[in-house]
Design a protein around this ligand. Sequence first.
Ligand code: S6P
Ligand code: ZN
Length: 189
Amino acid sequence: MDYMKPFGVDLDLSKGVMKNPATHIVRQASSMRGHYADAAALERLIAAGDPVHYEVAEQPVPDAPGQMRFGISTTLPGTVGGECFMTKGHYHAVPDTAEVYVGLRGQGYLLMKTVEGECLWEEFRPGRVIYVPPFWAHRTVNTGEEPLVSFYVYPGNAGHNYGDIEKQGFPVRVLKRGGKVEFVKTRSK
Ligand code: S6P
Ligand code: ZN
């Protein structure tokens, strides 16, 4: 049999980065249109230099159910009209696939929602493991003053479904006003 070869990668845990990632996705403010409540504030931020909101570093593996895809996700600190910087968020394209996150650096939350509109969150902090069960969409939110860095691993065939989140949004927004974090419900479901 032609086996896939084992491999290892190095993480710099003090910086919260993967050394020499094969894939490096960078999402700037201009790729976040439609995700924040205050669209005008986002446009001002784009015009003022279009800062990076988050980055993802991965070593790709085959898209097969027995494989495990893993990497480092880094969400930068900042706000858009008071709403904390966050990732787009997604369901997995194969919805009954779970994911595990481990907080490495920084502070924030993983918001999770079901298609019926239940929304729960778990705190990110260094050393905290968060389990995202099958069927829950997930979005990282940085509520701190430094980059929020996490390690994640999920099934190789899971894929991403962003379209449903673009349509539905999340029923809870995370704001920071006067240094205080607030969870604001935007609708009952
Ligand atoms: C993949 C995993 C993370 C996110 C990353 C960026 O399943 O959940 O790698 O992709 O945090 O978020 P998003 O919502 O833009 O994919
Ligand atoms: Zn995921």
